[in-house]
Design a protein around this ligand. Structure first.
Ligand SMILES: NC(=O)c1ccc[n+]([C@@H]2O[C@H](COP(=O)([O-])OP(=O)(O)OC[C@H]3O[C@@H](n4cnc5c(N)ncnc54)[C@H](O)[C@@H]3O)[C@@H](O)[C@H]2O)c1
Length: 396
């Protein structure tokens, strides 16, 4: 099939290469021209997508990137994989989805299968995409992406894929497309079921992470090790699923998607109390971390050199979107600490550069990438570990 993927970020590039690998003729369309140039020269910007695989597909002619929307013209399948962030009031910002839909309206003149993979609330495909695209009778389906960047066990091929069609022919066409490169296809009765399932998956994580973050604070105040308690609880072979406490939640999904659900809940008059409370608990974690760091450093960090280690939101991934490291650094500075940061995967961030760990009085480990210099961390006067992965130091 001739396939266009709108948006070549974490989701779009992953799916583009999955489809190209199955022999489809894929064009990755993105408005970011520098990104397109890089992709066409065989440079991947996503962990887990290797330059050699990208170059191989470019050489065989199955993948190309473009910033020219006319490439959408004769495509049989068009996948939308654009950002779905929150606006300044933490309400859904569907402007990227709308602009992708408008491009389809302007450029696609033959009936195609239009799939939305961007995460959004139930009703988005029907009301915000299909209703917006005029002139041509396309087939519409929703197939929310479940990619977990950096996960080497679960990828596009072996992660079960949900699909919901606006009509039975749309569902059949989506099955044909995704069945060509995904092992397991789960058909649901409507796009709204697929959209709601995805948003509930992420809300489930957000709420459980908040619960364990609150629990960590309770048991610490009781003088009990939260990690030991969690290890003990996880020995129950049924009815328990372990989540780890940490500095908060980051990335494009967990801090954002539940607010999409809260938005529609509000519209239908149902209070989304768990989501609201989970947001509050997770957003308050940086303040809790800083309080613990101050207590562990003898009651003050004024004038102390603090290194924050790992500023991306997740191990072995360079993504700094919504990272709790930002609030931790800001709060430490408000307390008079001299704060720098180190991240083996992030060279520059917020106008600052990654600096050496050596010589700090205090190290705060927000995210631990494989291969980080543990000896340098341990050489700091006081270490606070938010990850639970460094034995024998203070932390949660
Ligand atoms: N990152 C993840 O782990 C993940 C996992 C599952 C689902 N999702 C969802 O997938 C969607 C995309 O997320 P992402 O992480 O890939 O985002 P991203 O920011 O990595 O990539 C989005 C890309 O879309 C491009 N873009 C924006 N508007 C465009 C337009 N009108 N036309 C063409 N390109 C456009 C941007 O330039 C960018 O390169 C979001 O809804 C997100 O919630 C993300």
């Amino acid at each position: 099939m001739r396939v266009a993927i709108i948006g070549q970020g974490y989701v779009g590039l992953t799916i583009a290469l999955g489809a190209a690998g199955a022999g489809h003729s894929v064009v990755g369309f993105d408005v970011n021209e520098a990104l397109v140039t890089g992709l066409n020269s065989g440079k991947s910007h996503i962990e887990g997508i290797f330059d050699k695989d990208l170059s191989g597909l470019i050489t065989t002619g199955t993948y190309t990137a473009s910033a020219d929307p006319t490439v959408l013209d004769d495509c049989e399948v068009i996948v939308i994989a654009v950002p779905t962030p929150l606006d300044s009031d933490r309400n859904p910002d569907l402007s990227y989805v709308h602009s992708a839909s408008d491009l389809i309206s302007q450029h696609v003149s033959i009936p195609a299968l239009v799939v939305n993979e961007s995460t959004s609330y139930p009703g988005t495909l029907r009301n915000e995409i299909a209703a917006r695209i005029k002139g041509v009778d396309h087939l519409y389906a929703s197939s929310p992406e479940r990619v977990d960047p950096g996960n080497t066990t679960w990828g596009t091929k072996n992660t079960p894929r949900l699909i919901g069609g606006l009509t039975p022919p749309a569902l059949a066409r989506a099955r044909e497309f995704y069945g060509s490169f995904c092992d397991s296809i789960i058909e649901v009765s409507s796009p709204e079921v697929a959209e709601a399932a995805k948003i509930f998956e992420n809300t489930f994580r957000q709420v459980n992470i908040a619960l364990v973050n609150e629990f960590a604070q309770i048991v610490d105040a009781l003088g009990i090790s939260v990690r030991e308690v969690l290890d003990a609880a996880a020995t129950k072979p049924y009815g328990f699923m372990p989540f780890n406490p940490g500095p908060g939640v980051g990335g494009h999904c967990i801090p954002v998607d539940p607010s999409y659900l809260a938005h529609v809940a509000n519209q239908v008059g149902v209070p989304a109390t768990f989501i609201k409370r989970a947001n509050e608990v997770n957003l308050a974690m940086p303040a809790y971390i800083v309080k613990r760091v101050i207590a562990g450093s003898g009651g003050s960090i004024k004038g102390k050199r603090v290194i924050v280690v790992g500023v991306s939101y997740k191990s072995n991934v360079a993504d700094t979107r919504e990272t709790p490291a930002a609030a931790i650094i800001d709060l430490l500075r408000e307390q008079g600490a001299i704060v720098t940061w180190h991240d083996d995967l992030v060279a520059t961030w917020r106008g600052e550069s990654s600096l050496s760990i050596a010589g700090a009085d205090v190290a705060v480990i927000v995210t631990k990438h494989d291969g980080v210099d543990l000896a340098a961390i341990r050489a700091c006067g006081y270490v606070f570990d938010c990850t639970g992965q460094i034995a024998g130091v203070d932390g949660i």
